[in-house]
Design a protein. Structure first.
Length: 356
């Protein structure tokens, strides 16, 4: 089968995250199973316009609108068995359902929850309303999503439940795996440095934990638009001696730091799934997080972490785990064992076969 995957970023984009990880892990496995896969995406500074990544053909055009402008030509030139309309960004691919009959819409999460604070109020209003017309643009398309929360969001947007298929992501257990923990209580945050990710909550959490566990250390991974605010808040809280900002790490470095940490913290407003929580679980690192859409699906309370409804509950949960971490480490790994990228790919292939 020939598959065209439409995405706004690919795995080599400096801003790649969980959505791009899913594309990479699934498409390269599809190729190994005999599929012909092309990814059409936007470019970035210094990128190659075309390259093959583990058998997957990747075409990059412009920065934002390029893929949308080139798409009609691609669809008229090539005959694809399936076109994956990846909605990692709120902007849909309106020419795809017009020029192709075999469209699958990959709905990541409801962007209306995460847009405030990222863009100006007018643009947030416009983009939120675009989501409401997905049912019109993709009135005959099948939808795939990762979490039960996102499935319910699609139903609320007017998508018939019979057209929605649930395919959760996997985790690379060869990369994210147990290792020796630090000799001191350590916390990792690698949930993103964007406003809707609320990384500042981790610093407020740390301030309270220090009162109970004075030798605790926090590692904040990544870069992003909220970095300057985080640095300033760290000074205001007099937490410089407790926090290490690692910057962007490669996969191996991230996996090693995650595995050595006692606890992972996630503070986002909402997620499509929360891949970092699953990666932490595979590393025997439990997570405390706010009980929000997406995260509620991946954290099994009492096993790989605790979901909280307030900052006070988050602090209480973190201290509880840090004071007796070993049972949580073991149980976290048990949850991760349920997931694999091989299983995720199998579900995609089953869907392709069902729709053929």
């Amino acid at each position: 089968m020939k598959v065209l995957w439409l995405a706004h970023r690919d795995i080599k984009n400096p801003r790649a995250g969980g959505a791009e990880r899913t594309i990479y892990e699934v498409t390269r496995r599809l190729v190994k199973d005999g599929f012909f896969v092309t990814v059409l995406t936007a470019g970035f500074k210094g990128c190659k316009r075309f390259e093959t990544i583990e058998g997957v053909k990747v075409f990059r055009y412009d920065r934002i609108l390029g893929p949308h402008l080139v798409l009609p030509y691609k669809l008229l030139k090539e005959n694809y068995d399936f076109v994956i309309n990846d909605l990692g960004h709120v902007v849909p691919w309106p020419s795809a359902p017009i020029l192709s009959k075999k469209n699958i819409v990959f709905f990541r999460h409801l962007h209306a929850r995460t847009l405030p604070g990222q863009v100006n109020p007018l643009l947030a209003y416009v983009l939120s309303n675009i989501e409401k017309i997905y049912k019109v643009i993709y009135r005959k398309s099948i939808f795939v999503t990762e979490s039960k929360t996102s499935k319910n969001d699609l139903i609320n947007l007017g998508i018939n439940e019979e057209r929605i298929f649930l395919i959760p992501p996997g985790v690379d257990k060869g990369l994210f795996k147990p290792a020796k923990k630090t000799d001191y209580p350590s916390i990792i945050y690698f949930g993103g440095i964007k406003k809707y990710k609320r990384p500042q909550e981790v610093l407020f959490l740390l301030k309270e934990i220090i009162k109970e566990i004075p030798n605790v250390k926090l590692y904040i991974v990544g870069t992003g638009p909220e970095m300057n605010n985080l640095l300033q808040l760290t000074k205001e809280l007099n937490a410089e001696n407790y926090v290490t900002f690692t910057g962007r790490l490669n996969d191996k470095e991230l996996a090693e730091l995650c595995a050595s940490s006692w606890l992972n913290v996630h503070a986002s407003v909402a997620e499509g799934w929360g891949l970092s929580v699953l990666e932490a679980s595979a590393s025997e690192t439990p997570t405390v997080a706010y009980d929000v859409p997406g995260i509620s699906d991946v954290i099994e309370d009492g096993l790989n972490g605790i979901k909280a409804k307030s900052r006070e509950e988050l602090v209480e949960a973190a201290i509880k785990i840090l004071k007796d971490p070993e049972p949580w480490w073991k149980n976290s790994h048990k949850v991760a064992e349920k997931y694999s990228w091989e299983r995720t790919t199998e579900l995609w292939e089953s869907l392709f076969n069902r729709l053929s």
